[in-house]
Write a protein that binds this ligand. Structure first.
Ligand code: ADP
Length: 164
């Protein structure tokens, strides 16, 4: 049976840290769906869900054949059950990610029994990288080229300049 993993997140926008997790997950599973999920806690956002999907697709550029991108605004447990996934992939950065991710993993296992959450520890160079850091640096006029894929730098700069 095909082993499918779902990697959910806000991806507002995708960073090199996300791409690192995607590449590593793609090596572990037959297929990976990167899922742009709307989070009640992170309302609004800089990019719409459709835009985030498009930025992800452009960043990947079809370079990893077993990775696809989708979006969903419902319960993650429902999505993974319907998709027949065997795992939810999460990236773990500093200790600060742990408490929340641990809680979500336990709840998701109750809601979707049989779907395990797999944590991939962040690569050292991306340990302190988050979408919000990228947005902040860009809004303040800093250079984001080390943090996000080249193909989407223009989009981020244009969006954040407009908001200021
Ligand atoms: P953020 O807005 O904090 O960057 P997302 O909701 O987009 O986070 O993140 C989706 C998933 O990717 C989460 O599991 C998160 O822990 C993980 N992630 C985000 N940034 C990194 C990174 N730099 N290294 C490893 N994992 C990451």
């Amino acid at each position: 049976m095909e082993r499918l993993a779902v990697y959910p997140g806000s991806f507002d926008p995708v960073t090199n840290g996300h791409l690192d997790i995607i590449k590593r997950a793609a090596g572990m599973f037959d297929r990976v769906v990167v899922l742009v999920s709307y989070n009640a806690k992170k309302n609004g956002g800089t990019f719409t869900a459709e835009e985030r999907v498009e930025l992800l697709k452009r960043s990947l550029g079809g370079s990893i054949p077993n990775v696809t991108v989708d979006s969903y605004n419902g319960l993650l447990a429902d999505y993974v059950t319907k998709a027949g996934a065997s795992a939810i992939v999460k990236g773990l950065r500093a200790v600060s990610d742990f408490e929340d991710e641990f809680q979500q993993a336990l709840i998701n296992r109750q809601l979707a029994p049989g779907v395990d959450t797999v944590f991939l520890v962040s690569s050292l160079e991306y340990m302190y990288l988050s979408s919000s850091t990228v947005r902040e640096i860009c809004a303040l006029g800093g250079n984001i080229k080390n943090f996000v894929p080249e193909a989407i730098i223009g989009d981020i700069e244009e969006r954040l300049k407009k908001q200021n």
